[in-house]
Design a protein around this ligand. Sequence first.
Ligand code: NAD
Length: 232
Amino acid sequence: LMWPRATPPRAWNGTGSTPHFSEIVLGRCFTYTQLLRPELGHADCGQIGKAFTNAFLSKDPCHSSEQDYQLLLKLTSQTIPCHSSVFWSKSTQLAHLYTRVRQDMFTLEDTLIGYIADGLNWCGDAGSYEMNYQSCPHWRKDCINNPVSVFWDTVSKRFAENACGEVQVVLNGSVSNTFDKNSTFGRVEIHNLHPGKVSVLKAWVMHDIGGVYRPIKFLQCVKSPEDSSCRK
Ligand code: NAD
């Protein structure tokens, strides 16, 4: 039983929760575990969906914590083979095109938890059992410890801690802060790589390419990097 709320939830400066958040989370979880990576077919998507919403519902959306996401992290643990982790910063499109061609390589968004949450928004309210679909705290304008920022910091940290062997990062050479110390990569991930496990960090500093046909060739070259037309 619930009391009708006395006051409407606070209006924040960020976009509200994604419509149909819970259904999208459940659908993505089943897509990933049943179709994309059947080796994770044992994952319990019902439990994962519940752990995700329980991490932030009925809580102050400016006091989210790593602790809130611990059960969700446990339920989505996944082993990524050594030499296959790809980090990125300000290069989301190119990095994900790369791992789409190279199915043996993983960005965080190619893992179960990153696949489920990518592009979604979510928050609750301390005085309600519901999600707030009207607005959520903006990480700059309202508060940094909001459910979405804390989530990405937490899962990015785990992704980096678990990386091993030769790892890669795709950086954007066409922006002024190619290595941004305030980005998730510069602030969280790079500091959580284990020197005992990670032997090399290979940084791909990619520049915007002008020509119309070159991007397509670049993608072809991902698959055949030793081809003569890809070597110069
Ligand atoms: P980036 O600067 O390109 O930011 C990536 C996205 O996260 C952008 O949409 C940005 O607006 C948002 N973002 C960055 N910091 C934020 C914060 N504190 N609160 C809310 N949103 C924030 O690149 P980055 O920050 O270096 O993050 C990319 C790296 O971190 C990747 O290696 C990935 O593993 C992980 N990551 C992924 C996501 C995602 O949305 N899929 C978000 C954050 C971090």
